[in-house]
Design a protein around this ligand. Structure first.
Ligand SMILES: C[S@@+](CC[C@H](N)C(=O)[O-])C[C@H]1O[C@@H](n2cnc3c(N)ncnc32)[C@H](O)[C@@H]1O
Length: 189
């Protein structure tokens, strides 16, 4: 997930982040180099401790200009108070969270009024033929992809929680169709 074209999406999405930011599903920290200097503090959350060492090495190699706090916990239940963050970031993570509706409620809760949720995700295609394969392969993908789903309608999921949203949805030509339909945008609390 480190190569282009994903890096280009990371760069353009994260260019707009600012202030106190929480990133859910931080993984190995691939977004770290793309945060701008307008970020003052980054809190990272992932429920898998396995990637922490790689993320820590990445932080040492290219030290960010802001404070970073890393937590191993699920974004379905965040310990932070209501209205803590200016921005929440999720990149290719909503596909993998077991209770994604609960996670989106938590994202909304911890955002300050006027705060931004920035996301780029893969999900359900707008092409019926691709959808058939996404639904057919989903049970296998969940097993081999560590809980990842091909067929989540990210637009509907985010819309159910946020009333103000800008989103683009498009096929990413360099990827296989079942995992190459992207939803990218931001929602405002
Ligand atoms: C496909 S990886 C994406 C990693 C990273 N966001 C990126 O863009 O490279 C999905 C990540 O979501 C994490 N994840 C899955 N369920 C989660 C949950 N309930 N809470 C927090 N992180 C979760 C996984 O451990 C994994 O690191």
């Amino acid at each position: 997930m480190s190569g282009e074209p994903l890096a280009a999406h990371r760069r353009s999405l994260l260019a707009n982040t600012f202030g106190s930011v929480i990133e859910i599903g931080f993984g190995t920290g691939l977004n770290l180099p793309f945060y701008p200097e307008t970020v003052t503090k980054l809190t990272t959350v992932d429920n898998n401790p396995g990637a922490r060492a790689i993320a820590a090495r990445r932080r040492q190699d290219t030290p960010p200009t802001f404070e970073v706090e890393s937590l191993t916990l699920s974004s379905e239940s965040l310990p932070m108070a209501d209205q803590t963050f200016d921005c929440v970031v999720s990149t290719w993570t909503l596909c993998s969270i077991s209770n994604v509706t609960q996670a989106l409620q938590e994202i909304y809760r911890v955002l300050k009024p006027g705060g931004h949720f920035f996301f780029v995700e893969h999900g359900l295609s707008d092409n019926r033929k691709v959808q058939v394969w996404q639904n057919r392969l989903n049970p296998i993908q969940r097993v081999i992809g560590d809980g990842c789903n091909f067929n989540r309608n990210i637009r509907q999921l985010v819309e159910a929680q946020f009333s103000h949203m800008e989103i683009e949805a498009f096929p990413e030509p360099d990827l296989p169709a079942v995992m190459g339909y992207f939803y990218k945008g931001s929602a405002i609390k």
